[in-house]
Write a protein that binds this ligand. Structure first.
Ligand code: PEP
Ligand code: MN
Length: 339
């Protein structure tokens, strides 16, 4: 914490504040400028509030040095976090691709897509069972029947699954089927949902909110981590900007910023960012080149007839081709993408 003294603070006031800090067990580092004196105080900052340091004569302000996201940030843990899900490690040398349709529509659609995704090199299957949409009249997902289909695909392919929960009342249900719980962009600041998902102990894929700053996103991760759950995968899925040519704007700089600020792995969702299958290839490559640890890509056996997000879904053959191209991008940035 930095204690900022007022411009007109007397020498006596400065000494009194410093003595008080030392009495409370702080190490102090006063810096005297031409106009102001500030005192760096290292110790238990809760004591500063409870002992009313900010009320002492001559004190203007107290400024925290630590970032507010203590567990998600790098100040306490410098080494990158890796998350093991089955045989898959996220945040290691290997780029992990998660793939599947936006929504589970039927057993045949999902199982067929699951095998196609596996064959092309995806290591985790995605799919939505709870799909509250912008319109209440649009397809809303198969709910528990969808989870059962996903689980069957998991057993058949041997690949772990990731699916979204949107309601605290369904957290235990979803956790009983899935390997990774997804928290969607629209729920990034649903703090009760974050806490309850965190408490399941399952790895969490935390999407960035549509208009969330990176700090708000990391604070959302902090809610999960405060439950003792360290297994969080951040997912940049595009943010709302003035641009309408794409569904959202992929903030590729978020990858670099997260790598600077946090030890948590980060993946890119090129499907929801661009909103069109045409942009998925470029955005995937940009994400890997920027240092992302993985991708989550929508793939559908028949995008034109998809019940949800068809326009941004890749066909099986486009997905297969892209995976081949991505191996070379991964290599160029000293990572591996194993097909
Ligand atoms: C999804 O991944 O299916 C989804 C709804 O994404 P988002 O929360 O990023 O919109
Ligand atoms: Mn979707």
């Amino acid at each position: 914490m930095i204690i900022v003294m007022r411009d007109n603070a007397t020498q006596e006031q400065i000494i009194k504040v410093e003595e008080r800090l030392i009495d409370l067990g702080f190490r102090t580092h006063p810096i005297t400028g031409d106009v102001k004196t500030v005192i760096g105080a290292i110790g238990d900052k809760r004591l500063l509030k409870s002992h009313g340091i900010c009320l002492m004569p001559g004190v203007e302000d107290m400024i925290p040095i630590m970032k507010p996201y203590k567990l998600a940030g790098k100040e306490l843990l410098k080494t990158p976090t890796t998350i093991q899900v089955g045989n898959v490690i996220i945040g290691g040398e290997e780029i992990v691709v998660m793939a599947g349709p936006c929504a589970i529509e039927s057993e045949k659609q999902y199982i067929d897509t699951a095998f196609i995704a596996k064959e092309a090199g995806a290591k985790i299957l995605r799919g939505g069972a709870f799909k509250p949409r912008s319109s209440p009249y649009a397809f809303q997902g198969l709910e528990e029947d969808g989870l059962k289909i996903m689980y069957a695909a998991r057993q058949a392919t041997g690949l772990p699954i990731v699916t979204e929960v949107v309601d605290t009342r369904d957290v235990d249900l979803v956790a009983s089927y899935t390997d990774i719980i997804q928290i969607g962009a629209r729920n990034m600041q649903n703090f009760k949902l974050l806490t309850e998902c965190g408490a399941t102990g399952k790895p969490i894929l935390l999407k960035r909110g549509l208009s969330a700053t990176i700090e708000e996103w990391l604070m959302a991760a902090e809610y999960i981590m405060a439950e003792g759950n360290k297994d969080i995968i951040l997912c940049e899925r595009g943010i709302r900007t003035y641009e309408t040519a794409t569904r959202n704007t992929l903030d590729v700089s978020a990858v670099a910023v997260i790598k600077e600020l946090s030890h948590l792995p980060i993946i890119i969702d090129p499907s929801h960012s661009g909103g069109s299958w045409k942009y998925v290839s470029s955005l995937s490559k940009a994400g890997i080149a920027a240092g992302a640890d993985g991708l989550i890509i929508e793939v559908h056996i028949d995008p034109t007839n998809a019940l949800c997000d068809g326009p941004q879904s890749l066909t099986p053959s486009d997905f297969k081709r892209l995976m081949g191209e991505l191996t070379r991008v991964a290599e160029a940035v000293d990572r591996k993408l194993v097909l």
